[in-house]
Design a binder for this molecule. Sequence first.
Ligand SMILES: *[C@@H]1O[C@H](CO)[C@@H](O)[C@H](O)[C@H]1NC(C)=O
Ligand SMILES: *[C@@H]1O[C@H](CO)[C@@H](O)[C@H](O)[C@H]1NC(C)=O
Length: 494
Amino acid sequence: MSGRGRLVPCVCLGLFGVLCWVWVSFASFPDDQLSLEDVDRGAFLPQSALSEMEFASISSYRGPGNTDHRSNKELPIILWWSGGLFPHFPGNTERIDCATSSCLVTKNRKVQLYKRTTSIIFYGTDFRAYEAPLPRLHHQTWALFHEESPMNNYILSHSPGIRLFNYTATFRRESDYPLTLQWLPSLEYLLEPSAVSLQEKNRLRREGLAPVLYMQSHCDVPSDRDRYIVELMKYIEVDSYGKCLNNKPLPGHLEDTSTATGEEPRFMNFVARYKFHLALENGLCPDYMTEKLWRPLHQGCVPVYRGSSVVTDWMPNDHSAVIIDNFPSPKALADFLKHLDENDDKYAKYLEFKNPRHVTNMRLLEALETREWGVNDMSKPNYLNGFECYVCDQENARLATERAYRKAPKKNKPPQPKMADNLHMGCPLPSPGYGDVQDLPANDGWLQTWPQDYWQSLDQAQGLESLIRHNESDPSLLWKHIQNMAVSRARGKH
Ligand SMILES: *[C@@H]1O[C@H](CO)[C@@H](O)[C@H](O)[C@H]1NC(C)=O
Ligand SMILES: *[C@@H]1O[C@H](CO)[C@@H](O)[C@H](O)[C@H]1NC(C)=O
């Protein structure tokens, strides 16, 4: 735990000259380089599992393979461009001691053009082409952290956008540091016995509770889920409590808990009474799965799911979720749900995985077993600290290869360039939740928003690529570059 900050007493020369404590970080740059005001772009609270994480206690861990004894002044610097996510507290700068090597990490943008700054980490949701750190220096790698919905930034779903990054941590299993099961805390979470028994659910059904629950307040989303659910509701009863397609008021005592991301017990008990939960992600992308999927499984309700097209790869077995896209129509889905509702044996089969013997998916078990980060697990690093360490070790290895090559170019190979591709994100063009895009009226709200957003993001990705190619240092020239590209496209050039 070397290089960590610590509290030291000092005398404040304030109004009352009281004795107080200040935080002193030993992992600091020389004072003249660091005594800057905080350059954060304001408070930044992502809607994700991140907001529930604790950063303080495990900011740095030294792996047994780390024999890096360089002083802080010799270490490569990694800059968190999205300072709001900087996973160390307090202070702007920390030494991190990772599995095989050490680095300095900082959120101080002043170091952007330093020679020692070898890598910049970006938060995908926060990444803006018109604010990118330019000029892009040849010796600097870019690292992307994006665990949130694809809808937050479609730049990353286009090849020219994702290829700008050398390292990625995304929800896709193909990314360098995959966060695919980020919303699944543990196997035990899945195995938790059903909160409400089938007998009780049937009793509630006889009392008039609908078989299906829908609870969403984020309505105008690229997956266009409400358009599908409107159709489904024609054929089966759905209780909808959120702002979207609301047809029932929430009981008063739950109103203030329904939007909480945590698992408020009263709220959990309320939703667990339903046999089926409509679980449609806000954006569709391979491996993008959220609590909408895992929470019903945890509670012992059957998710009726649309989101990741390869979701079955991660299910406990091959009969634990109802996959919307396996049904030719909303009516066919409704008929199937009614059939399960009326046949206890068939419904119960969907909850067999509560018995660990029926968790047969080795991919799921292995991923939970081998991932190095934990979700609210203080014995493991969280994935922000995990990813910065991944980047740190990669960068130190690259630098070492580079040094060896410079020393003896005949004996050693230069480091191979490494960059991301569409498999690290690559989410498809949003399509209507139900029906064909040609059949939508021109003034359809979804049509006017999401396909446009997707293609404008491609323009921005190409614009940024052009800025970098031209070694521009002013990112606000983005719009000019986009315009120029459009003009040359119109003239039939590339
Ligand atoms: C990082 O990615 C950029 C852009 O794709 C590429 O030009 C560069 O060679 C990569 N750097 C390394 C060290 O692989
Ligand atoms: C890119 O621009 C920077 C300054 O803006 C300059 O120092 C550097 O030499 C340029 N690189 C190339 C390859 O032109």
